[in-house]
Every structure is written in structure tokens, then in C-alpha cells.
Design a protein around this ligand. Structure first.
Ligand code: MSP
Length: 530
């Protein structure tokens, strides 16, 4: 039986169009999902949008719509997200919106249960609130009056609200995290969460907003005068989309969720608030949470006011960058979990070296030679005469074979989904080690010299080595660069859909002799930087 794997992304706020940060979470999650599908997991990959709360209400009004038209507003933004995910080849299984009826009903059901259990109570709240982060801060945690997360001025709030008794579950959660009942990755993030939990007394969480101040939210099932705090609403998506309310059987197979992929800024919500809500509800916490780093520009945070937000639509549509070059750059530039600095210059530089020079050239040169020397048909290996020159080639050829035979294991180890990983950078570096070795092999063996001597035997060995190498590279590249891998596969002469090739089938020999290559156009023409 296939192993079930449930992976989620955060739900993106729809107050503005998606940017490179959102794309990063999507691309990383998509690469994991594709890798797991190759490894014969039955993956359920869910993403979606966070559509309630003050931020969205404000954006709706700023778009010129009257109060009460928020649904219209969010509906108008959703295509920006869905279209971009399509462009980026994000193959999710389900798109959840917090305005979906099923989700709203699930939120009400959860709140009613917590209320009935006595975990929710009403009191006067006198503290601070950050609208951009949708976060409450007690005076003690924000003595400067600025948001500890985003450093923007906080609003004073003094009003009656409902609270969730988070504090009573603090020790229970510490125990779970220490025993890796929830694996928080990378481990520095686990330490961060534990030191926060050990060094602070958890405040009870304000879970409501009075309707008179904010009407764009899900009504509390036990008090019509209040709507649900947007973070509580949004976190519940992870169970509502898995069938918590409407499909118990499905929920049992999917839950606990295997991995929540998030950015480091929302770690506390996912590693503290969310597990505690679940424990209170009598539902198991998620198995793991991976917090990735942030993309900055230069060393500055992206923000609308600074005008430095990197727009993926601009890069893909206006500048015409190859979508897989974008995916490759984001996945390989920094280890997953670390911050990265984005610049178009770096993207082009990496494109020209790794994709145009290394991968593109290897593919293009190999296909050209198979066309030229064997009329486009992959030759069977013949045994060349031995001599000094062949000895040197043979050594290199053996090294290539050895690298290729071990590459699938190496990539799997770098992905290390069950433990510390994934580390996309390590996985891609391992693939490029083989790409570079194969390019070196072409230079050392200089097939054109054999061609001059009409030495078909020697040529057959070289072409077969290169074709088998490319087969392995293509199969292993698929999760990270799916459309490139799919094109490469066709160019290598394989007709079936690469998405259906299993991980265990990616090996030396997968490109059979007699196959006709289909050279096509170079995949990564050099970008002129002058
Ligand atoms: N709506 C909440 C999440 C609720 S999940 C139940 C939210 N939305 S967000 O749109 O602001 O951010 C969504 C994700 O994008 C977060 O994981 C965040 O870390 C990520 N990124 C936003 N800007 C980013 C960068 N500049 N770089 C990398 N990722 C960043 O938070």
C-alpha cells in the first residue's frame, strides 16, 4: 500500500498580489510533493488563501469597494494566486479558501467545542495590537509600543473579547516538542521555540474581535456580537481541508499532517498556538513543521512602501525568465531554512553558469553528437580497442558510472524528509556534480577526434555513457525542475510522462539503445549580460 503523506503551505493573505516569498514556499512544497510522489507516496498537497480579518477588510475598502463587499474583493484577487501557481507548475491537490462554507463550518464547530469544554472565556482586553501582523501583544512583551515582529507602531486596544486558555497547555507542549512529537525543523527553530516556551508564561490567546470594529470574519457560534480572530480561523484550515468535519474516514488517514511548510515569521503560530489548539480539541498535533528563511533584497526586507517587492509575474512574463530557472535559483541558492538575498543579476549569473553552460550544454552537445555520429539513434555499446587514451577515458567513465549509480541515494539523503531535511541545495549540488563530470568527460574523450578516425566503437561507448548519465540526471531533476525534466525526457527519446517514472526506475540503463533522440531547441540559451 502507498504511504499517505499530507503536506501543507500557509494560506496566503489576499490583501495584495503574491510575491517571491509566497512563490518560494510554494516551489519548495511542490518539490517535496513531487519527490514523494516519485517515491510512491500518496501525497495530499494543500494550499490556499487567508481571506478574513482587518487587513483584508482594509484592502477591500482601499480598492474602492464599499464595506460589505469584501467577498467580491477577495474573489478578484484569487486568480492572481492561482494563475501564478499554474505558471510555476505548482501541482497542489486542493486549494482551500477560508471563505469556503466547509471551512467556516469547521471553524464554528471547533470554537463551539473549545467553548463547551471551558477553554474559552470572556474578559476585558487591555493591550496592544499589530494590524499588519494581525497579532495581539501584551504591554509586557512590547514595552516600546512597537510590534516585536515587524517593528511597526502598535494600536492600543481596550475591549471585551474571548480568550483561549493557552497557558494551561504550556508544559504539555514543551514535553511533546522535546520528545519530537512535533519535529520542528531546522533544529535551530526547535531550540528557538523551546527557549521561548521555557522562558515565558504563555498568555491566553485573544480569539475574537467585536463585530462593531470588524465584521469581516467568521461569527463566533456562541456570541453573534463577535467574529473569530483571523489566525485562529486560518490555522483550522489544516484540519477542515482534511475532512475533520465532513469526512471522518479521510481525516483519519490524513491526520496528523506530515509536514507544515511555513516561513520563519509564522513559526510561533504553527509550533505553539496551533498544536495547543489541537491538544485542547483532543486531536494529535502535526508530525512536523519546517520553517524556511526569508528572501530579502540586498539586506532589506521587501515592502510595498520601499517599492522593492520582487514580483514573480514581472520576472516570468515581462522579463521572460524560464520558470525552472526561477525554481532552480530559489531552491539552490541557499540551504532550505536559511535567509537568501535575491537579485536579478544573481539569477542571470546562475542561469548562465549552471543552466546554460553546464546542464544545457551537456544535453545539447550530447544530442548533437548522437544525431551526427549515429543518425539520431542511441547506439548499443561496442567494445573499443584499448590503448592509453582509452584507459584515461575509462577511468573517468567509471567515475561517472559510480556517481550516477549512487546519485538517487545521495539525493534522497539530501532530501531527508523524515529527519532534518529537505536540503534542496545539497540535492541539486549532488546532481550538478554529475553534470560537471559528464562535461569533463566530453572534453577529455573528445568524441570528434574519434569521429575523424571513424572509430564507431569508441564513439558508442561515449554516447551510451552520456545518454545514461542524462537519463539519471533528468529523472532526479524532475521534482525541482519539472517542465525542464519533462522536455529533456522527450529529447532523450522517451515517450512516456516523466511524472509517472518511479524513483526506483531512475537508473543507468533507463535509456535503451535503439531509441531515437529528438534534439529540439536548446533549453537554456545564454542570456547576454552586456
Ligand atoms: N496568512 C498567514 C498564514 C496563515 S497559515 C494558517 C500569512 N500569510 S502571508 O501571506 O503573510 O505569508 C505567507 C507565507 O509567505 C509565510 O510562510 C511567509 O513566511 C512567506 N513569506 C512572506 N514573505 C516572505 C519573504 N520575503 N521570503 C520568504 N518567505 C516569506 O502569514
Amino acid at each position: 500500500m502507498k504511504k499517505q503523506y499530507y503536506i501543507t503551505t500557509p494560506l496566503y493573505y489576499v490583501n495584495a498580489a503574491p510575491h517571491i516569498g509566497h512563490s518560494y514556499t510554494q516551489i519548495a512544497s511542490d518539490a517535496i510533493a513531487r519527490f514523494l510522489r516519485q517515491n510512491e507516496h500518496d501525497v495530499f498537497f494543500m494550499t490556499g488563501t487567508d481571506e478574513h480579518g482587518e487587513k483584508i477588510e482594509k484592502a477591500s475598502i482601499e480598492s474602492g469597494r464599499p464595506k460589505g463587499s469584501e467577498k467580491d474583493f477577495v474573489d478578484s484577487i484569487i486568480p492572481r494566486f492561482k494563475d501564478l501557481w499554474k505558471k510555476l507548475n505548482i501541482e497542489y491537490d486542493y486549494f482551500i479558501r477560508t471563505t469556503d462554507k466547509l471551512h467556516e463550518d469547521t471553524v464554528k464547530d471547533v470554537l463551539a467545542k473549545l467553548y463547551k469544554k471551558g477553554d474559552v472565556y470572556k474578559k476585558n482586553y487591555n493591550g496592544l495590537f499589530c494590524t499588519p501582523c494581525e497579532m495581539f501583544w501584551p504591554h509586557t512583551q512590547a514595552p516600546s509600543g512597537l510590534c516585536p515582529d515587524c517593528a511597526r507602531p502598535l494600536e492600543k486596544l481596550n475591549e471585551e473579547n474571548y480568550f483561549f486558555k493557552m497557558g494551561s497547555y504550556q508544559n504539555n507542549l514543551i514535553d511533546i516538542i522535546e520528545k519530537d512529537g512535533i519535529v520542528i525543523k531546522p533544529s535551530m527553530r526547535k531550540n528557538e521555540v523551546l527557549s521561548f516556551l521555557k522562558g515565558n508564561t504563555l498568555q491566553d490567546l485573544c480569539i475574537s474581535r467585536p463585530r462593531e470594529r470588524l465584521s469581516w470574519g467568521i461569527e463566533l457560534p456562541f456570541d453573534r456580537n463577535f467574529v473569530c480572530y483571523v489566525w485562529v480561523d486560518a490555522l483550522i484550515n489544516y484540519i477542515s481541508g482534511a475532512g475533520y468535519l465532513n469526512d471522518k474516514k479521510r481525516f483519519q488517514t490524513l491526520w496528523p499532517c506530515d509536514m507544515h511548510i511555513i516561513g520563519k515569521d509564522i513559526l510561533r503560530h504553527h509550533a505553539i498556538y496551533w498544536p495547543i489548539m489541537l491538544i485542547a480539541l483532543g486531536v494529535k498535533p502535526p508530525k512536523s513543521v519546517f520553517a524556511h528563511g526569508w528572501w530579502v533584497v540586498g539586506d532589506e526586507k521587501m515592502s510595498k512602501s520601499k517599492g522593492n517587492v520582487v514580483d514573480p509575474y514581472y520576472l516570468l512574463d515581462q522579463k521572460g525568465y524560464n520558470v525552472d530557472a526561477f525554481r532552480y535559483f530559489l531552491l539552490s541558492h541557499v540551504p532550505f531554512g536559511w535567509d537568501g538575498s535575491f537579485s536579478e543579476g544573481l539569477l542571470v549569473e546562475k542561469y548562465n553558469t549552471d543552466l546554460a553552460n553546464d546542464l544545457g550544454n551537456l544535453l545539447n552537445r550530447t544530442l548533437t553528437m548522437v544525431e551526427k555520429y549515429f543518425a539520431g539513434e542511441i547506439p548499443s555499446v561496442r567494445h573499443p580497442a584499448t590503448g592509453n587514451r582509452q584507459q584515461e577515458e575509462k577511468k573517468l567513465q567509471e567515475e561517472i558510472r559510480d556517481l550516477a549509480d549512487n546519485l538517487a541515494d545521495k539525493v534522497k539523503k539530501a532530501m531527508d524528509i523524515e529527519k532534518e531535511g529537505p536540503n534542496f541545495q545539497l540535492a541539486l549540488n549532488a546532481i550538478w556534480e554529475l553534470v560537471n563530470k559528464a562535461n569533463k568527460y566530453i572534453e577529455v574523450s573528445a568524441p570528434w577526434k574519434y569521429a575523424k578516425e571513424s572509430n564507431k566503437d569508441a564513439l558508442s561507448v561515449i554516447m551510451d555513457t552520456l545518454m545514461q548519465t542524462l537519463g539519471v540526471i533528468t529523472g532526479l531533476l524532475y521534482p525541482f525542475m519539472p517542465s525542464t525534466a519533462s522536455k529533456m525526457y522527450r529529447q532523450l527519446g522517451r515517450k512516456e510522462d516523466i511524472a509517472k517514472v518511479k524513483y526506483k526506475e531512475i537508473r543507468w540503463g533507463m535509456i535503451a539503445p535503439g531509441t531515437r533522440v529528438d534534439k529540439g531547441q536548446p533549453l537554456f540559451p545564454r542570456i547576454n549580460t552586456e
